[in-house]
Design a protein around this ligand. Structure first.
Ligand code: ATP
Length: 322
């Protein structure tokens, strides 16, 4: 899949506002191995941008360079209009959660935030507001050491919100959360990214970001695969036929049938996903259903639908590898 080509002016400005993040050929090598490879991205101001890619794709390294924590080997970048060579000029306007948050376990949530507000020179009066924003207002007087994993994550985000930052950088904030915690985090990201501030949030679980991000940056092995509106990414792979056999062990046989019919299927959970391309989706569904019946494979479900972010991502990475 080709990278989206946008005119520099369009890309750098959205609604007349300069981009929150711009990188040009940003690279980081560890020894001979590139962790981030000539990455050129732009994150428009006010979007919730999902930064997605598999483990080891270079998301954390990129974020660390944007936060002045890691020095690039090559390339340049600006954050909120300032060069990353001078992080002190913009970091007071950036909130970040990178790696697991660390706090004083014996202090309460409120006391931890008070201490951080003093250290960061932030207004103390907003502490209860940020606690409410992350849903911890009822637990602010409990010791941090007694918090659950999800509550610790949320306090980390509350700390990142001190000072009402214009840019929020969250590295895998859903890591280690249970499904309920992931849902809460999603709602939270949606509510903090209200168009007023820019959010850059990474995840290796693509479906987690599909619903909350209006902008996507997809990377693989340190290189850009896609950047642009989420809808643009979702629309790229066209329609798919999804088949769920009654018995999971029939997935491979179904895949063989689909290949014999000239398709390039892949499994996703308990389904076989068949990208349809230029074909008639209902015709493909009908043909595959007939072929399955002839082989005594019972289908529990058969759908024609838009592909998930996961399918698009796999298709994009495969296309790039070709
Ligand atoms: P994950 O989703 O697993 O956090 P990621 O997309 O954030 O992955 P990075 O952590 O940025 O990826 O790592 C990118 C590559 O750089 C990996 O191959 C990693 O092993 C390597 N890397 C990262 N930090 C270092 C380091 N300090 N020294 C050597 N190699 C490193």
């Amino acid at each position: 899949m080709a990278q989206t080509k946008r005119k520099p002016r369009e890309a750098a400005e959205r609604d007349g506002r300069p981009a929150a993040i711009v990188t040009n050929g940003l690279s980081k090598r560890y020894g001979s191995r590139p962790a981030v490879d000539a990455l050129s991205i732009e994150v428009p101001t006010g979007v919730v941008a999902g930064f997605i890619g598999p483990n080891g794709a270079g998301k954390t390294t990129t974020m660390a360079m944007l936060l002045g924590l890691v020095r690039p080997t090559a390339g340049t970048a600006t954050v909120l209009g300032s060069s990353i060579e001078a992080p002190a000029s913009y970091l007071h306007r950036v909130g970040a959660l990178i790696e697991a948050p660390s706090f004083w376990p014996g202090l309460t949530g409120v006391q931890n935030l008070q201490a951080l507000a003093v250290l960061g020179g932030h207004d103390q009066s907003q502490i209860l507001d940020v606690l409410a924003l992350v849903g911890l207002d009822a637990r602010g007087s409990d010791r941090f050491g007694d918090y659950s994993f999800g509550m610790k994550q949320r306090l980390g985000i509350a700390a990142a919100l001190l000072g009402d930052p214009a840019l929020l950088v969250l590295d895998e904030p859903t890591n280690g959360l249970d499904p309920a915690g992931i849902n809460e985090m999603r709602d939270f990201i949606r509510s903090v990214g209200d168009g007023r501030r820019t959010v850059l949030v990474s995840s290796h679980i693509l479906s987690e970001l599909e619903q909350v991000c209006d902008w996507l940056i997809v990377i693989d092995q340190g290189s850009l695969v896609y950047q642009g509106p989420t809808q643009g990414f979702l629309g790229r792979a066209g329609t798919v036929v999804a088949l769920a056999p009654e018995h999971l062990h029939d997935l491979n046989r179904l895949a063989e049938l689909a290949r014999a019919d000239g398709h390039d299927p892949h499994p996703e959970g308990n389904e076989l996903i068949v990208p349809v391309g230029e074909d008639d989706p209902r015709g493909v569904a009908l043909a595959l259903n007939k072929a399955a019946i002839e082989q005594d494979i019972v289908l529990a479900e058969l759908h024609v639908r838009r592909p998930s972010l996961e399918s698009n991502y796999l298709a994009a990475v495969e296309e790039r590898a070709r």
